[in-house]
Each structure stands twice: as C-alpha cells, then as structure tokens.
Design a protein around this ligand. Structure first.
Ligand code: FES
Ligand SMILES: [Fe+2]
Length: 478
C-alpha cells in the first residue's frame, strides 16, 4: 500500500483479486481475461473486444477531446473523432465552450470536415443546403422551413445536439453518454495533483498525430513505466544499457527505475515519480568532468531527443550556472531549480509551486484513465493521447503534445496538429519517441503470435497497466 499527499492510493494490484471480474467477465473468452499477474493477448487483438470497448468504454467514459488552446477565439472550432463518432467543439465566447455531435439535423452532413477551423461571423452553416446555427447551437435558418413537419418544425427539432463536456487543466473532456458519471467523481483521485502541476497554465508548443499499427492500449502502455528506459533508450542510461547489452559478471547495475515509485488510484488513474527530487541533485560527480557541463549534457539529451519536458532554453539555464559558487548546504540540482524559477519570475511566466511533491513529478507521469498521459517538468509538460483508429484493434492514433507556459508578454500560438507520415523519419519524430514508437508495432505483431497467450506484468514497475485494465473491465462488464 502506498499513499501520497495528493491522491488516495489503493492496494497494490498484486493483492487485488484478478480484475474483480464479476459474473460477466467470467463468461468471457479466456483470451480476454485480466489475470492477477498478466494480461491475455486477445484484449489487444480481437476485433470483438474492440467493439465491446466502443460500446461500453468510448461511448461512455470521460475522455480528453481537445486542449483549450485549439479554440482560443470565439467562433474557433476543433473536431474530435473516436471510432465512428465525431464531435465538434466550439468556443462560444471567452467563458463558454460547447460540444456538439458533428452532424446536421437535416440530412446528416458533418458540420466540420475535420480538424481545427473557424466559423466566420459566429455562424455555423451547413455546406449542403445552408441551414444555419449560432455558436450556442440554436437554429437561425432553415431554407423553406414551411415544408418541414407540415410547417410545425420546432426549434428543438433542429437545434444542434449537445455533447457533455468538462474543462479541466486546459483539457476539454467530453462524454458521449447523455448521463455520464459526474466529472468531479471521475477526476477526483488526480484532481489536486494535476492542478498543482499548473498543467492548466500550459499552452501549445507543438502537437503531432502519429498513425500507429498497434492497439491503442499497446501504444500507451509503452509509456507507463521507466523499466524500459535502459534497453529502449540506451543513450539515457549508458551504464545500465551496457549491463543489459554487454553483460559482464562483475558489472554493478544502477538502474534509474530503481528510483521510480508507482501509485495506482481508483477510477483507473495512476502515476509514477522519482523518489529523489532535483533539489537533492541527481548528478554524480565524475573526476575531471565539469559538473555543470555534465548536467547540461544530460538534460540536452532530453531537449534534443524530445523537444519536450526539457527545452533548449532550460539547458541554457544550467550553463548559466558555470563558474558560480554553490552556497553552503545547496547543490547543483537545487541551484538549477532556483535559476529556473528566477527566470520564470523575471518573464512573468506561470510555474507550478516548487514543492517537493511537484518537483518529484519532474520526469514522472500522471495517467488519467483511459488514455491521457501527462509528463510534467518545470513550467512545461509533454502529453500523450492514444485512441483507436476506427474499429480496427491493430491501429491507433497516438498524439504527442509539447506544452509550456509562456511569458506574460507573449501570446501563445493556436494549437495546430502536424500529421506524421513516417515515424522513422528523424525530421518528423525525434530520437526518444522514435525509439519508443519503434517497439510498439513489434509488440502488436507479437501479441498475434500463437506463442503468446498472455503477457507478464511486473508487480511494481508495471502496476499502472494492470490497474488500467481492471478499470477497463469495470466499464466493459457494466
Ligand atoms: S444536410 Fe445540412 S442543410 Fe441539408
Ligand atoms: Fe520511452
């Protein structure tokens, strides 16, 4: 059992019964079962399981459909597609956002062709016969109105059909269920944690959508732990990578995931975080190597390898410490944090409070069920979202959002997606996500193998995966 100041932890999944299955899941095929120590492979590959997810998960669950910076101005819209459903999300005014089923009540034309755009003059006009609505979804014009319903057409017959939404931490969540569980209940286990990280103050830096030949769960589960880092990202942990790739009997491993703690929460959420914070310093001194340069080089691997979490300007902050004495009782990590906060104050840039709890989340992750991952750092965060591409269990859309806070004098750009066409192209996907995304189709291929009935999960390092599947079954068994 683990607890934290900001969320109520639940028992380790290894002590929970196998998926708390209930009568319905017990009747399911063996290939769909969640075990106490692993996951059966059909959950990732069976089209019938994907259908069930559509009916009972995606048609009901709260899900992140947009960031607010996709629609900064009144009349701006963005489109969110999930399986065969499409939702258009509109900024009505500075304080009001609405979501509608993306359909004209006349003959069904989608009101948005997809993506982001703007409804000029604050009017939504169907391109087929010109019916018109205001941004609040009220119909203003039906051509030859008297011809419909014997001239007794009601405004309610032709109003746009609203979809439930909630705005939280800069995300616009929607639910396709007309009577969803209260959003506050759903988000409660991670609300305070995410609010403390100032994710709601962060705005678009870049956003990429990547079609991947893998199940949406396979894609996101590649990011649920730090256990993969030495093998997948050897440049980040060369010593530990050597232990894996060039085993020597006398080598002493020093894996960074030993320093990672995992917590799982009700509603399927979870997080991982470092047991040491940057305030304690995580830079080992190496004789003959300048400590500032060593730290800058390490952070530069993240800046150049992801252009997220750590940015090039943060590496410059490290370099600015060169030659400066470190006060008694402090260390380089703590001085770096102080310098970051001093720069942010000077730029009037919002930052999360530098509490030990928040600093411990740098390099960690908050997972919001079913498919949203937030990886915070100082005044910026990388966000992942994974969702099915239609009904094919072997395809998903995986998105990466790099967000940051902006100086008070700078207006953030409107969020705009870049569609990645070749995941192996270093111009389109930087090294670290390219390494992760390289594994994902290989996992999907292996899950189809007759040699793979189930996957095994580590009880500590992979507990977020198990907790996610257990919550998924609560939806699917409903
Ligand atoms: S389908 Fe939209 S106005 Fe006819
Ligand atoms: Fe990774």
């Amino acid at each position: 059992m683990s607890t934290s100041a900001s969320g109520s932890a639940v028992s380790s999944p290894s002590t929970l019964s196998a998926a708390s299955p209930g009568p319905k899941t017990a009747d399911w095929p063996a290939s769909w079962q969640v075990l106490s120590h692993g996951i059966r492979s059909g959950r990732y590959t069976d089209p019938d399981f994907a259908r069930l997810e559509y009916q009972r998960l995606w048609s009901k669950v709260w899900q992140s459909a947009a960031r607010i910076d996709e629609i900064p101005e009144p009349g701006d819209y963005t489109t969110y597609d999930i399986c065969d459903q499409s939702v258009v999300i509109v900024r009505v005014d500075a304080d009001t956002i609405k979501a509608y089923h993306n359909v004209c009540p006349h003959r069904g034309t989608a009101l948005s062709a997809g993506g982001c755009g703007h409804f000029p003059g604050g009017k939504i006009i169907c391109p087929f016969h010109g019916w018109r609505w205001d941004l609040a979804g009220r119909n203003e014009f039906v051509l030859e109105r008297h011809e419909f319903r014997d001239g007794k057409l009601q405004d309610s017959d032709v109003a746009l059909r609203e979809v439930k939404l909630a705005v939280f931490a800069g995300f616009i969540f929607i639910s396709l269920d007309p009577n969803p569980q209260p959003f506050d209940d759903y988000i409660a286990p991670v609300r305070e944690m995410v609010e403390n990280l100032a994710i709601g103050e962060m705005r678009h830096y870049w956003w990429k959508a990547i079609p991947i030949p893998a199940n949406w769960k396979v894609a996101q589960e590649a990011f649920f732990e730090g256990y993969h880092v030495p093998a997948t990202h050897p440049q980040l942990e060369p010593h530990s990578a050597n232990f894996i790739y060039q085993p020597k009997a006398d080598a002493k491993p020093d894996f960074s995931h030993w320093n990672v703690d995992y917590e799982v929460y009700p509603k399927g959420h979870g997080r991982f975080f470092g047991k040491k914070t940057p305030m304690k310093g995580d830079v080992k001194s190496v004789p003959g190597v300048d400590a500032v340069e060593a730290m800058a080089a390490r952070l530069n691997l993240l800046a150049e390898g992801m252009d997220a979490q750590v940015l090039a300007e943060d590496v410059e902050v490290v370099r600015s410490l060169k030659g400066k004495p470190i006060p008694e009782g402090s260390n380089l990590g703590a001085e770096y944090v102080k310098a970051l906060y001093a720069r942010a104050a000077q730029q009037q840039r919002p930052m999360p409070k530098p509490t030990l709890e928040n600093l411990g989340m740098w390099g960690g992750e908050v997972f919001i069920f079913p498919n949203l991952l937030i990886l915070p750092q100082s005044g910026n965060a990388m966000i992942y979202r994974s969702r099915p591409d239609g009904f094919n269990p072997d395809r998903c859309i995986f998105e990466i959002f790099s967000t940051k806070t902006y100086p008070a004098a700078v207006k953030p750009p409107r969020a705009e997606v870049q569609k990645v066409t070749d995941v192996s192209d270093p111009e389109q996907v930087l090294l670290i996500p390219r390494q992760d995304l390289g594994n994902i189709p290989r996992m999907q291929k292996g899950l189809h193998s007759k040699g793979c009935k189930q996957i095994w999960l580590a009880s500590h390092n992979e507990k977020i995966i198990l907790n996610m599947h257990q919550e998924l079954d609560r939806y699917l068994a409903d």
